[in-house]
Design a protein around this ligand. Structure first.
Ligand SMILES: Nc1ncnc2c1ncn2[C@@H]1O[C@H](COP(=O)(O)OP(=O)(O)OP(=O)(O)O)[C@@H](O)[C@H]1O
Length: 509
C-alpha cells in the first residue's frame, strides 16, 4: 500500500486547479442558496397564507422535494429532462437540482419564522391601518428574518458540502476536481484530503461570517409580557337583567355600534350589542373575565369583524358600503383606511421589536400619511414627550420597562391623530409599580379631551377618569350609566355584586 505523500498532499491543496474549483463551489453554493431562499420564502408565505389554492401546491412541492433524495433529483434533471425534450446545460442542471431542493428546506424555516411572530403584531399593524402587504414587509418579515437567519446560515454551510453531489454529473466543483487529480496522479488519498481541507476552510470562513451576521442582526427579543396576569373575576351568573341605560350628552357620536355580535366555535362571546361613544367621552367597560369586554372593544375598529351588526366611525359604516349595484361588504383595504381613525392600545403593548420607540411611533405617519421621515420622527419625539418618554426615543422595546413600553404604545396609537382611542386592558400585563405611570398618561389624555373606550379592571381609575361605565356579563351589555350613577348605592344589583366580588366599595367612589 502506498504511504502518505505529504508533498503531493500540499501540492493538491495549493494547486490553482483546486483554488479554481473552490471558487466554482462557492458561487454555485451562493447561487443555489439564493434560488432556494427566494423560492422557499414564496413557498413559506404560501404555506401560512391559509388559502387552500396556495397551501396545497406548496405542500405538494415539499412532499416531493423532501421525500426524494437530493442525488436522485440531480440525476433526474441531468438525465431525464433531456429525454423529455428539456435539455439543460450543466450549470442550469446543478443550480436547479440544488436550488429546488433547498427551497423545500427553506419553506419550512420561513414558515416557522413567520409563525413565530405573535398575532398581536399583525393586529397592532392593522390597528394602525397598515395594509396587510405593508404590515408584512415592514413589521412581520423583519421579525421573521431574525428567526430565519441562524437556520439559513446552517443551510448554507450544508449547501457548500452538498455541491459535492454535483461531481456525479461531472460538474467541475471541488470533489470532481479531486477525483480527476486522484485519477491522473494515482494519489487518491492525498487528492481527497486536499479537497477536504478546502471544504473545511470554506465552511470555517462561513461560520465566522455567520456568527458576525447573527450578532449584527441579533434579535431585539420581544419581551412581550405574558397575558396571564389579567385578574380573573366572575360575578354570579344567571338570567340577564333588564338593561340599564340613560340618555347621554348631546355631543357628536364618534363611534356607534349597532347590534354587533360575535361567536367563536358556536359560543356566543358577544350577543347583539349597541354602544355609542360621543366626542370627548371616556367610556370604561367593566365585567368578569370572559364576559365579552375585549370582543366588544375589538369589534369597534373591526379588528375582530362582527358576525352581525355594524360599527359607524364618524358616520361611516365599517361593514358596508354603497356600490353601483347596491349595498355590499366593505373591502378590507377600505376598512384599513377607516380604521386609521381609531387608535388602539393592547394589553401586551404589541410594539414592533425591530424598531426604536420613535420609529414605532413614526411608522404609521411615514407609511400611511406620507409624512417625510425627519418630520415623522420629530412628531414622534413630541408624542413621546407627552407620555414623559422624551429621553427614551432611541430605545428599542426590549430596553424599556413594561410601563414605558405601554406609554410608547399610547404615543403610537395617538400618532395618527385618531378620533378615538381603544384600550384593551392596558395595565393588566404590568407590574403593580408601573401601573400608575400608564394610568397617569391615560388620565392626562382624558383631561385633554380625548375620546376613549377602555376595558380595564382598574376600578379606582374608572371612578376617577370615566364619564360612563358599561358593564358586561356573559356576552351581554347589562349596564351603561354615567359614572356617578354606576357607583351610587342604588346602582344595578348585578353590578354591585360584581364590585363586591372585586372587593371594591361602591359608596367610596
Ligand atoms: N379568538 C377567540 N377564539 C375563541 N374564543 C374566543 C376568542 N376570543 C374570545 N373568545 C371567547 O369569548 C369569550 C369572551 O372573551 P373576551 O376576551 O371578550 O372576554 P373578556 O371579558 O375581555 O375577558 P378577560 O377580562 O378575561 O380578558 C370568552 O369565553 C373567550 O374564551
Amino acid at each position: 500500500m502506498q504511504g502518505f505523500d505529504l508533498q503531493a498532499f500540499l501540492g493538491f491543496v495549493s494547486s490553482p486547479l483546486m483554488a479554481k474549483a473552490a471558487w466554482v463551489t462557492i458561487w454555485v453554493a451562493v447561487a443555489a442558496q439564493t434560488i432556494g431562499t427566494v423560492l422557499g420564502t414564496g413557498l413559506g408565505v404560501a404555506l401560512t397564507s391559509g388559502r387552500p389554492w396556495l397551501t396545497w401546491p406548496a405542500r405538494t412541492y415539499l412532499w416531493v422535494f423532501k421525500g426524494t433524495p437530493l442525488l436522485a433529483q440531480i440525476l433526474f434533471f441531468y438525465s431525464a429532462l433531456p429525454q423529455l425534450g428539456l435539455p439543460l446545460g450543466l450549470i442550469a442542471t446543478g443550480l436547479l437540482g440544488l436550488g429546488l431542493n433547498e427551497a423545500a428546506r427553506m419553506a419550512d424555516i420561513v414558515r416557522s419564522g413567520l409563525m413565530a411572530v405573535p398575532d398581536t403584531q399583525r393586529e397592532a399593524a392593522a390597528s394602525l391601518g397598515l395594509r396587510p402587504s405593508v404590515a408584512f414587509r415592514k413589521v412581520i418579515l423583519p421579525q421573521a428574518v431574525r428567526t430565519i437567519l441562524p437556520p439559513l446560515g446552517n443551510n448554507f454551510a450544508y449547501m457548500i458540502k452538498a455541491t459535492s453531489l454535483l461531481a456525479t454529473i461531472s460538474f467541475a466543483e471541488l470533489l470532481r476536481m479531486s477525483q480527476q487529480l486522484a485519477q491522473s496522479t494515482a494519489r487518491p488519498l492525498e487528492a481527497y484530503l486536499g479537497a477536504s481541507v478546502w471544504y473545511l476552510v470554506l465552511i470555517s470562513v462561513w461560520t465566522v461570517i455567520q456568527k458576525y451576521l447573527e450578532r449584527h442582526f441579533a434579535l431585539k427579543e420581544s419581551m412581550e409580557a405574558s397575558d396571564d396576569t389579567g385578574r380573573a373575576m366572575r360575578a354570579p351568573t344567571g338570567k340577564v337583567e333588564a338593561r340599564v341605560e340613560v340618555p347621554r350628552s348631546s355631543a357628536e357620536v364618534v363611534i356607534e355600534a349597532t347590534g354587533v355580535s360575535k361567536s367563536f366555535s358556536g359560543h356566543m362571546a358577544l350577543h347583539p350589542t349597541d354602544l355609542e361613544v360621543r366626542r370627548g367621552e371616556v367610556v370604561v367597560v367593566l365585567g368578569p373575565s370572559g364576559s365579552g369586554k375585549s370582543t366588544l372593544l375589538r369589534t369597534l375598529n373591526w379588528i375582530e369583524a362582527a358576525d352581525d351588526g355594524d360599527v359607524w366611525i364618524e358616520g361611516k359604516s365599517l361593514a358596508w358600503t354603497e356600490g353601483r349595484n347596491g349595498r355590499r361588504r366593505r373591502p378590507e383595504r377600505e376598512i384599513d383606511r377607516i380604521r386609521q381613525r381609531i387608535g388602539m392600545v393592547f394589553q401586551n403593548f404589541a410594539l414592533f421589536p425591530t424598531y426604536t420607540a420613535r420609529q414605532n411611533v413614526a411608522l404609521g405617519l411615514m407609511r400611511l400619511r406620507g409624512v417625510k421621515r425627519a418630520e415623522a420622527l420629530s412628531r414622534a419625539d413630541d408624542l413621546l414627550a407627552r407620555v414623559s418618554l422624551g429621553d427614551k426615543t432611541e430605545a428599542f422595546p426590549i430596553e424599556l420597562s413594561g410601563g414605558q413600553r405601554q406609554r410608547v404604545a399610547i404615543a403610537r396609537a395617538m400618532s395618527m391623530e385618531p378620533v378615538a382611542l381603544l384600550f384593551d386592558e392596558p395595565t393588566s400585563a404590568l407590574d403593580p409599580e408601573t401601573v400608575g405611570e400608564v394610568l397617569t398618561s391615560m388620565t392626562d389624555l382624558a383631561k385633554a379631551g380625548a375620546t376613549m373606550v377602555i376595558v380595564t379592571h382598574e376600578l379606582g381609575f374608572a371612578k376617577k377618569a370615566a364619564d360612563r361605565i358599561v358593564f358586561m356579563e356573559d356576552g351581554h351589555k347589562i349596564m351603561d350609566l354615567p359614572v356617578d350613577r354606576a357607583f351610587a348605592p342604588d346602582a344595578p344589583p348585578r353590578f354591585r355584586a360584581f364590585l363586591e366580588l372585586v372587593d371594591a366599595k361602591p359608596q367610596s367612589a
